[in-house]
Design a binder for this molecule. Structure first.
Ligand SMILES: NC(=O)c1ccc[n+]([C@@H]2O[C@H](COP(=O)([O-])OP(=O)(O)OC[C@H]3O[C@@H](n4cnc5c(N)ncnc54)[C@H](OP(=O)(O)O)[C@@H]3O)[C@@H](O)[C@H]2O)c1
Length: 285
């Protein structure tokens, strides 16, 4: 039986992909939703089709985890490794509104970088033994900001010295591409995918402060013309996920493959060593 894990599956694009997956498998698959919002996860899980009574027992489960802390991610991956037999699909879409200034977690990492990159690396890295057990070649899909690689600021890789929006977007895009390029090289049967969803009218883009909601609803007619619903984005990226070949693939908002120029070996080593240093120190011995 197929097993899929959705980190960030309680809302928006991740939630919509989880729903597409549940419909596609008619509920006859193990589906694990990782996030913080239990009521949203319960509501999502209750919407999944129920498998026939005579089918083997399926696991439709919420696993609570604040993934902005890498120590939490290590604990969650350790629990998943004890409870699951294999993982066939790992979809990563946790994130918060990106256009805000640096905000360090108690581990000293910017929360946006932790959610969008370092935690996702940790899920893939720690769950690799389960991904290797997939009969069909496991597929990993990260919803973020695919595109061309930018030059790497070697002395400021965690952006502690200087953190600007453009530096962060360049780092998140490049680190994800390069890390996925490396994972794909090491695991030739698996598929590692990085997608940019474009403008999606998910809860992330609705301002939390009431005074920002007024301009939001004023520009909404234009915004809705330029954007898609999470359900539309979910269908697009679920199809891309299903059809993704082995290797590293990059996708645009319509789920079309994008050209990618691979990084050189030195850059791959630089990014991977930096990421291991940033994430392994939070593993409990
Ligand atoms: N929407 C867009 O237009 C757009 C454009 C470009 C890129 N993206 C990227 O696409 C991805 C998905 O965005 P979306 O639009 O689907 O956003 P969304 O609807 O706000 O969903 C974000 C998800 O992240 C999870 N999350 C946030 N903080 C978390 C934490 N500390 N611990 C665990 N989970 C956490 C949330 O779960 P809980 O609330 O349960 O914690 C939620 O499931 C993000 O990486 C975003 O940057 C989106």
């Amino acid at each position: 039986m197929l097993t899929a894990v959705f980190v960030g599956g309680t809302s928006g694009i991740g939630r919509a992909i989880a729903q597409s997956f549940a419909r596609h498998t008619k509920g006859n698959s193990n589906i694990i939703i990782v996030g913080r919002n239990k009521s949203a996860a319960d509501e999502l899980i209750s919407s999944f089709p129920k498998p026939p009574l005579d089918s083997p027992k399926v696991l439709h489960e919420f696993v609570p985890c604040d993934v902005s802390l890498i120590s939490n991610v290590h604990k969650t991956t350790s629990e998943l490794s004890q409870n699951l037999q294999q993982i066939d699909y790992l979809v990563l879409s946790s994130g918060v509104f990106i256009f805000t200034s640096r905000n360090e977690t108690s581990e000293g990492i910017d929360d946006k970088m932790a959610l969008s990159y370092y935690s996702r690396w940790t899920f893939i890295h720690d769950l690799m033994p389960l991904l290797r057990k997939s009969d069909q070649g496991a597929k990993v899909y990260s919803i973020l900001a695919s595109g061309a690689n930018a030059p790497i600021d070697r002395d400021n890789m965690d952006l502690k010295k200087e953190h600007t929006l453009s530096k962060m977007l360049a780092a998140l895009t490049t680190y994800t591409n390069v890390a996925f390029q490396k994972f794909a090289r090491d695991e030739p049967n698996m598929s590692f995918n990085h997608a940019f969803p474009g403008f999606v009218r998910s809860p992330m883009l609705i301002p939390s402060k009431w005074y920002w909601r007024i301009p939001y609803y004023l520009v909404f007619p234009v915004f809705s013309f330029m954007s898609v619903t999470p359900e539309v984005a979910g269908d697009i990226h679920f199809k891309a996920l299903l059809e993704a070949p082995a290797g590293f693939n990059s996708y645009d908002p319509k789920g079309r493959p994008m050209q990618y120029t691979p990084a050189d070996d030195e850059t791959v080593e630089l990014v991977c060593n930096h990421t291991i240093e940033m994430t392994e120190r939070f593993r409990e011995q």
